[in-house]
Design a protein around this ligand. Structure first.
Ligand code: PSU
Ligand code: MN
Length: 309
């Protein structure tokens, strides 16, 4: 394990990495800020189980008492879920102060990628990434997740992005920063709750082997940065676009009227959408995370084979 005085890699995770076995990273903002208690904890634990059933070792990532943790105990996951928004949301800019002060932090896609990379983990499964917000041409609200994808060598498997964001501008930003965006079995960017967004992606790949090969080649080419795999929500759990888009429009309008900004924007919108759809969106959200975890476990296993070859 690389020497990093602030990093704690769980024994099970560090053993798997040392033996070249598959590991999948998971984020903790989705636990503390993305879903209500107790569904957040149930989901987080079940995702870990799915990854195990897929033959990989889960490493949920968070900052606890100033330690960067790759791999959490059940008790730590429960603590992050119960405390909810009492755990500071930690993006790249938050990391130094949270660690210096010995505080806790719920890791976003950004900090999960950072800590996964420090630990030597290559594949990360989540629900949705942050991106360019609607109205960013005046607010300049662009998630640090996009910048991290450009620089940190972790494959992120998600269900696309919610249309709380400007999906067209999000794809433009990723293109400018050299991030390869892959549709898993699709040529269209999935819109999280729905399988289609109307925006095309760069490449369609159809198997975990193909995903692993693309990432492996990227690394062998010495290219920095991650890769974004967008995996559509399974049909049976996808939402009616008219229903979800109406809820999203209302949530965005309310956030604007209330002057919600900065790191509060995304959690506010997620909670509002859940209220407006009477919990249907939460069920979809949970199912798409499970779907991404399955694909991530398979892809991590394929990547391990390539690394040994
Ligand atoms: N989008 C979702 N669910 C989430 C998030 C985004 O559909 O839980 C979380 C992720 O942790 C993501 C973060 O990295 O929000 C982005 O926050 P911001 O927009 O403040 O960068
Ligand atoms: Mn933001």
């Amino acid at each position: 394990m690389r020497m990093n005085p602030y990093l704690d890699v769980a024994p099970e995770v560090s053993q798997a990495l040392a033996e070249g076995r598959p590991v999948v990273a998971l984020e903790s903002t989705i636990i503390s800020h993305g879903m209500p208690y107790p569904q957040n904890v149930e989901t987080a634990l079940h995702v870990e189980q799915i990854i195990r059933e897929g033959g990989a070792v889960p490493a949920t990532i968070a900052i606890i008492g100033g330690r960067l943790k790759a791999g959490l105990t059940k008790e730590e996951i429960d603590y992050l879920g119960r405390t909810g928004s009492g755990i500071p949301k930690a993006s790249r800019r938050d990391l130094p102060v949270l660690v210096a002060k010995g505080m806790d932090g719920a890791c976003t896609v950004t900090t999960t990628m950072m800590i996964a990379a420090m630990a030597g983990i290559s594949v990360f499964a989540t629900g949705g990434i942050g991106g360019v917000h609607r109205g960013a041409e005046t607010t300049m609200d662009i998630s640090a997740d996009l910048e991290e994808l450009a620089h940190t060598p972790v494959m992120v498997i998600c269900a696309g992005a919610k249309s709380i964001l400007d999906l067209g501008l999000t794809l433009e930003y990723l293109e400018t920063h050299g991030v390869t965006v892959i549709g898993y079995g699709t040529k269209e960017l999935p819109a999280f709750y729905t399988r289609r967004s109307g925006f095309g992606v760069d490449y369609e790949l159809d198997t975990p082997q193909e995903l692993a090969k693309a990432f492996h080649v990227k690394r062998e080419l010495g290219m920095e940065g991650g890769m974004l795999v967008t995996n559509p929500i399974p049909e049976e759990y996808s939402m009616d676009p008219a229903v979800i888009n109406k809820a999203i429009d209302e949530a965005v309008a309310e956030a604007k009227a209330k002057g919600i900004h900065g790191k509060e924007t995304t959690p506010f919108l997620l909670a509002k959408i859940k209220d407006l759809t009477g919990g249907d969106s939460l069920d979809s959200n949970i199912q798409l995370v499970y779907n991404n975890a399955k694909l991530a476990a398979k892809t991590a296993a394929e990547l391990c084979k390539l690394a040994k070859a």
